[in-house]
Design a protein around this ligand. Structure first.
Ligand code: ZN
Length: 376
C-alpha cells in the first residue's frame, strides 16, 4: 500500500509525509476513521514511507529493499496487532496463529471491516479482542533491536477491542516507548477507547469519503458501471469496505424495483405479493439479502432526511428520489427508529443464518404495522 493507493485523504497523506521528512514523527498516533474510510490504508502507506530508504516527497520509492519487503507484507520491523479469539488448544491468547490470515486479507482486499475479518478467521460468533498476552508480546517485539536498523512500526487495528487490563498495559508502552518505535493505532470507534490512551496519542482524523470520491473508487475497485457505482456510493455513505462487501454479492446495483414493490406490499399486506417477493429476496443468497436490507435502511434514512424539508440534501438518484418523495410522508419520527431497528435485526438474523424467507415475511408484517401508524 502506497500513498497513491489510498483513495482520497490527499492532505492527510501530505502532512504525514512532511512529518516523516522533517523527522517529527509522533511515537504514537491514532488513525481514527469509520469503517471503509481508508484509515488502515493510510497507516500502511505511512509505515512503508517510514521504512523506505529513498522516499520522495510524494511517496515511497518502490525499489529499495524495505519497499520490496512491504510488497510481500514481510518487513521484519513492521508488526501487526488486531482483534482475534483464543484457540481452544492454546494456553495463552496471542495473535500469532492469525498472522497468516491477516496478511492474506490485507493482500486480497484494499478495504475491509470486521465482518471480513470474522469470516477470514472463522471466528463465527466468538468475540474478537486484543488480549493482555498480546500486549505483552507487542512489548517484547518492540523491545527488540530493529532488524534493519530503522524504525520499528506497530500497526494496531481496532484498539477499541482491548479490554481495560490490556489497554493499561498498552498505555505503559505508549508512555514509555522503546527507542525508534512508532505505534500506529487504527480505530473505527474512537469513543470506545480509554480516555488515557486517547489523550496520549497524536490524533489523525480520517473522515468518511464523500459520495463522488466513493463512486469513482467503487467503479475502479468493482468494475460496476458508472450509474450503478453512483447508486451504490449513496447507499454505503462513503464506506468502501461495505461497497466491496455488497458489490461482491453479485455485482449489480441495489434492487430498487424490488424495494418499491415490497413497500407497496407491506403497506397493503398482500399475502401473495409478499410470498412472491420473499422468494425474490431469498433466492440470490445471503450476501444479496444483506445488501438489499442495507439498501432498505438507506432508503428509510433518506426519507426521514427528506421529511425534514431537506430533500436537496438526500443522497438519492433521480428515480429513487421520485419514489421517496411519495413514500416519505409515511415515515416519521413516530416510527422511523423502530423501522431501522427491525431492518438491522433482520440483517443480523440473515448474517446469522436464519431462514431468509422467514426473516423477510416477519419483517414485512411488522413494517406493515409501523407504516400504518399515524404521525403523531
Ligand atoms: Zn523504498
Amino acid at each position: 500500500m502506497y500513498f497513491r493507493d489510498v483513495i482520497g485523504h490527499e492532505a492527510l497523506g501530505e502532512q504525514l509525509r512532511a512529518a516523516a521528512q522533517s523527522n517529527r514523527v509522533a511515537h504514537a498516533s491514532l488513525f481514527d476513521g469509520p469503517e471503509g474510510s481508508g484509515a488502515l490504508g493510510l497507516a500502511r502507506a505511512y509505515a512503508r514511507y517510514l521504512h523506505c530508504e529513498a522516499p520522495t516527497p510524494e511517496d515511497a520509492c518502490g525499489a529499495c529493499s524495505a519497499c520490496r519487503a512491504h510488497d510481500q507484507l514481510q518487513h521484519p520491523d513492521l508488526h501487526w496487532s488486531f482483534p482475534f479469539f483464543k484457540g481452544e488448544k492454546s494456553d495463552t491468547a496471542v495473535s500469532q496463529p492469525f498472522q497468516g490470515a491477516w496478511r492474506t486479507l490485507l493482500a486480497e482486499r484494499p478495504y475491509f471491516g470486521l465482518e471480513e475479518w470474522v469470516e477470514a478467521t472463522g471466528a463465527d460468533r466468538k468475540q474478537l479482542f486484543i488480549s493482555v498476552h498480546e500486549a505483552l508480546e507487542i512489548n517484547r517485539k518492540l523491545g527488540l533491536k530493529a532488524f534493519k536498523g530503522g524504525r520499528k512500526v506497530l500497526i494496531c487495528w481496532l484498539p477499541e477491542t482491548m479490554r481495560v487490563d490490556t489497554a493499561n498495559k498498552m498505555l505503559k508502552l505508549i508512555e514509555e516507548p522503546t527507542d525508534g518505535t512508532v505505534m500506529l493505532f487504527v480505530s473505527e470507534h474512537y469513543d470506545q477507547l480509554l480516555a488515557t490512551i486517547r489523550s496520549r496519542v497524536q490524533a489523525v482524523r480520517v473522515p468518511r469519503l464523500d459520495d463522488a470520491t466513493a463512486a469513482v473508487a467503487i467503479e475502479r475497485l468493482t468494475g460496476l458501471a458508472e450509474a450503478d457505482a453512483q447508486e451504490l456510493a449513496g447507499v454505503v455513505e462513503g464506506n468502501l469496505a461495505l461497497a466491496l462487501r455488497l458489490a461482491g454479492a453479485g455485482g449489480a446495483a441495489p434492487d430498487h424495483e424490488l424495494f418499491v414493490e415490497w413497500m407497496r406490499a407491506c403497506w397493503g399486506l398482500k399475502g401473495a405479493d409478499l410470498v412472491d417477493q420473499s422468494d425474490r429476496f431469498a433466492k440470490p443468497g445471503r450476501e444479496a439479502m444483506k445488501r438489499f436490507l442495507q439498501y432498505a435502511l438507506h432508503m428509510v434514512r433518506q426519507c426521514i432526511v427528506g421529511n425534514y424539508g431537506a430533500f436537496d440534501a438526500v443522497r438519492l438518484t433521480a428515480r429513487e428520489r421520485a419514489f421517496a418523495e411519495k413514500f416519505a410522508p409515511f415515515i416519521h419520527h413516530g416510527n422511523v427508529l423502530e423501522m431501522q431497528q427491525l431492518i438491522e435485526t433482520a440483517y443480523r438474523d440473515i448474517a446469522g443464518n436464519v431462514n431468509g424467507k422467514l426473516v423477510f415475511m416477519d419483517l414485512s408484517v411488522k413494517l406493515h404495522g409501523l407504516l400504518k401508524r399515524p404521525a403523531a
